[in-house]
Design a protein around this ligand. Structure first.
Ligand SMILES: Cc1cc2nc3c(=O)[nH]c(=O)nc-3n(C[C@H](O)[C@H](O)[C@H](O)COP(=O)(O)OP(=O)(O)OC[C@H]3O[C@@H](n4cnc5c(N)ncnc54)[C@H](O)[C@@H]3O)c2cc1C
Length: 419
């Protein structure tokens, strides 16, 4: 593991720091310090600045409007944005640019790339992810949504669930079953669906923190053009998994920066409440500190192996496990520090931000309670901790694999609801 960056990366960092100094407002305190319309206006203007400087889609090749940056330059850029508390784009850009865009660059036809990539960059197409279904989240290949070819269109019937940003999006990348007679991983296709049409119904679900952050989506004879299949028909499992590989991407090192900022605020909260001399609270804050260091070193380890040419592999399961459980533990500690105040939280919340609250967010009781409630989901989304433990057990420790009873044709497994 290497914890120093090469001189070229440090030179790139100096350039990005200068860019941030030149382009962020002089009194910049972080996205969390902005509210309402002011916040949205800044985000729109900032996205434009990033796009004009080829920093909006840093990993895409230049020919598609990206930054063409090396892996380490992308990490440095993400680190500096995180450190400055400046966004990488719209919240949805992680789905459109990082997940779908990068996948289209690998698997898309030239027509697909030239049609979709500019529209992702301009913000005309806003994407959501249609993977999970009732009874098929962890067991992703168990999905039952069907797509049947009818002339020049695929016709989609079924249901997705836990669709983040479903009400904001006008496009969805969907995995659907196109050959129920094939084994369950082999009869799936990856499809690009326009959502603004009859037959697509989005129903918001309110989460524990009170935000309608995700949705159920129902398809009744929804249609998409035949050529909107990415990769091979019935070869969608490979495409879907490649996209999941992009999900973690450069966050390996930026996680530690965000969590270190959070820990500073948490320590400040303990200080404000006169609890930094309490041995129980001190021990817990020390544990948090060691965990943030662990996340940091795991980030460097992953970065070193990416730079040596490795692709994201099962090792990422350890990082997912560590940060998602840490997210829950330190927000629970915040609630412990708040004591009875956590029962009647006050002040500004985390502005419905769905991950770690953005820097500059007020150190209020409401913000910590929001974060604690949202952290419940961290051990579920992006792959639950139980599944990460299975991956670690089976793929890293060589423990016996779970018995499989579902290797035959999917329709014979008895779970498919045929139309
Ligand atoms: C906030 C949030 C946002 C999300 N956003 C999206 C989105 O935008 N798009 C999308 O497609 N999905 C999204 N998801 C869905 C998410 O990916 C799934 O919830 C997740 O994969 C788990 O699937 P499940 O909910 O169906 O649980 P299940 O698969 O039903 O699992 C229930 C429990 O059983 C455990 N379990 C299941 N199988 C095993 C096994 N073999 N061994 C051990 N334990 C097992 C699981 O780990 C879990 O604890 C989101 C989820 C959340 C919470």
């Amino acid at each position: 593991m290497d914890i120093t960056y090469p001189p070229e990366a440090e030179a790139y960092r100096a350039g990005i720091r200068a860019f941030l100094t030149d382009n962020l407002p002089a009194d910049w305190a972080g996205m969390g310090a902005l509210h309402g319309e002011e916040r949205e206006e800044f985000r729109r203007a900032w996205r434009r600045i990033l796009a004009d400087n080829d920093l909006l889609a840093p990993s895409w090749p230049k020919e598609y409007g990206g930054g063409g940056l090396s892996h380490i330059e992308q990490v440095v850029l993400a680190e500096e944005l995180a450190r400055a508390g400046a966004p990488e784009g719209f919240e949805n850009d992680s789905l459109g640019i990082k997940l779908l865009g990068n996948t289209l660059i690998v698997f898309g036809t030239e027509e697909q790339k030239s049609h979709f990539l500019p529209r992702i960059l301009s913000g005309e197409h806003v994407w959501c992810q249609g993977y999970s279904e009732p009874e098929a989240g962890s067991d992703l290949a168990g999905m039952r949504t069907r797509a049947v070819l009818d002339g020049d269109h695929w016709v989609l019937n079924g249901q997705k669930t836990w669709t983040s940003s479903g009400t904001d999006a006008n496009r969805m990348f969907v995995i659907a079953r196109t050959d129920p007679g094939a084994p369950k991983h082999k009869g799936l296709s990856f499809l690009l669906l326009p959502m603004e049409q009859p037959g697509v119904e989005v129903r918001p679900i309110v989460n524990a923190a009170g935000y309608d952050a995700f949705n159920e989506v129902f398809f009744t004879d929804a249609r998409l053009p035949k050529e909107n299949v990415v990769g091979e028909v019935n070869g969608g499992w490979l495409v879907a998994n490649t996209l999941l590989g992009f999900e973690r991407g450069v966050r390996v090192t930026t996680d530690a920066i965000r969590y270190a900022g959070e820990l500073e605020l948490l320590t400040q909260l303990a200080r404000e409440r006169g609890l930094t001399k309490d041995s129980h609270i001190r021990a817990k804050l020390s544990w948090c500190h060691s965990r943030v260091q662990l996340i940091r070193y795991r980030g460097y380890r992953a970065l070193t192996s990416f730079m040596q040419g490795a692709r994201p592999g099962p090792d990422g399961a350890i990082s997912k496990l560590v940060w998602s459980e840490y997210f829950q533990r330190y927000t629970e500690l915040a609630v412990e520090i708040l004591g009875p105040d956590a029962l009647a939280p006050s002040g500004d919340g985390n502005g419905a931000v769905l991950v770690v609250p953005e820097s500059g967010t007020e150190n209020s009781s409401r913000r910590w309670v929001d974060a604690m409630l949202y952290a419940r989901a961290a051990t579920i989304y992006g792959g639950s901790v139980q599944i990460q433990r299975n991956i670690i057990g089976e793929q890293l420790l060589g423990l016996p694999k779970e018995p499989r009873l579902d290797s035959g044709p999917f329709e014979e497994i008895g779970r498919l609801r045929t139309a």
